[in-house]
Design a protein around this ligand. Structure first.
Ligand code: PMP
Length: 360
């Protein structure tokens, strides 16, 4: 078996040990005579997996008791709509940070479901950084401020979350559980799990219980946060395979030391690639301002587009795949999520150095 180093922006690499465990359990799940994906979501076996996964998510991410954890389908995109549907009452407004592709998308979708306004727009800066607190234009009585903790395509992140009087809502899809967060500032965080935590098909919403008490009830049942919370995310058939696999990834993260250890890991590994960029005499150039550089998605360009293409192609030949940047921004993007092995990062840094030498 040859496994490549997969730098895809998501879905992406999962820990090999997790894949092997899933493989070993697939056909006969723990002596039940059937696989987990063939059994009832009300079965004893699945119920244990489900509740264990919820408990592990809480433990590993340090989620306080004052929050509920919801396991939902529809990815982060459904939350672009579901968050304002649930949180915005009549006459209430929400503020959005337009920090790039995903922050902009969140606001544009939310506008269908309530009154939203722009607290800050990074467009004129070409999304090279996130805003400072003092730059946020917040109106009195704003219900929440929506931020995208890490912009997957532009390669920037909030190294510190805003410290403002308005409760925060964050899309954490591309740096979910890659660092501890100040829960006291948040009303809600959400994200798809297919980058840092598991396979596609599952979104996790972490919402403050006090918020659930006043969410909108005038919605179809699947759209209601309070209903999912009341039923431990078993209101309908959940994405069982994704939840089960995420449970294994969470155990893997716990064994490595949890969210704090992931933060160190992210800083160290993205740091190695940024160093390769910064010491290349301008051969590689990253668009993000240094203090705002993503620890998950390292974005850079070479002197011209032909070299970008050659870089991605030659890297793939050496087993470093999916390095082409997003079609909207071009260049190169190396996504280094929690499960990327150190070997992968080392191989990329070595490749960058030899490629620069041969082509500078
Ligand atoms: N937000 C961010 C930050 C993302 O990176 C993505 C996916 N790349 C999304 C939202 C959309 O996620 P999903 O495909 O789970 O709806």
């Amino acid at each position: 078996m040859t496994r490549v180093h997969n730098f895809c922006a998501g879905p992406c690499t999962l820990p090999l040990s997790v894949l092997e465990e899933v493989q070993a359990e697939l056909v006969d799940f723990r002596g039940s005579g059937m696989s987990l994906i063939e059994m009832s979501h009300r079965s004893t076996e699945y119920s244990a997996v489900h509740m264990d996964t919820l408990a592990l998510f809480r433990e590993v991410f340090g989620v306080p008791d004052a929050f509920s954890i919801l396991l939902l389908q529809g990815g982060a995109t459904l939350q672009f709509a579901m968050v304002p549907m649930n949180l915005l009452g009549p006459g209430e407004q929400a503020a959005y940070v337009r920090s790039g592709t995903w922050g902009n998308g969140a606001q544009d979708d939310a506008a269908h479901h309530g009154e939203v306004y722009t607290a800050w727009d990074g467009r004129d800066l070409r999304y090279a950084r996130m805003p400072a607190d003092a730059e946020l234009a917040l109106r009195d009585g704003t219900r929440y401020l929506h931020v995208t903790s890490n912009e997957t395509i532009e390669g920037i992140r909030f190294s510190e979350f805003p410290g403002v009087d308005v409760p925060l809502v964050a899309d954490m899809s591309s740096d979910y559980l890659s660092r501890p967060i100040p829960w006291n500032r948040f009303d809600l965080v959400y994200g798809g799990v297919q980058k840092n935590l598991g396979p596609a098909g599952l979104g996790v919403v972490v919402v403050r219980d006090a918020v659930l008490e006043r969410t909108n009830r005038d919605l179809g049942s699947y759209l209601r946060f309070d209903q999912h919370a009341a039923k431990d995310s078993l209101m309908n058939t959940p994405p069982m395979f994704a939840i089960y696999t995420m449970g294994k990834v969470l155990a893997w993260i716990r064994d490595l030391g949890g969210a704090g250890a992931m933060a160190d890991r992210g800083a160290r590994r993205s740091g190695a690639v940024y160093e390769a960029i910064d010491t290349s005499d301008g051969f590689y150039r990253g668009p993000a301002e240094v203090a705002h550089r993503s620890h998950m998605n390292v974005v850079f360009r070479l002197p011209d587009e032909k070299l970008d293409a050659r870089f991605a192609e030659q890297a793939a030949g050496e087993g470093l795949v999916n390095l082409k940047g997003h079609r909207s921004v071009g260049g190169i993007r190396a996504s280094i999520y929690n499960a990327m092995p150190d070997d992968g990062v080392e191989a990329l840094v070595n490749f960058m150095s030899s490629f620069a030498e041969a082509n500078a």
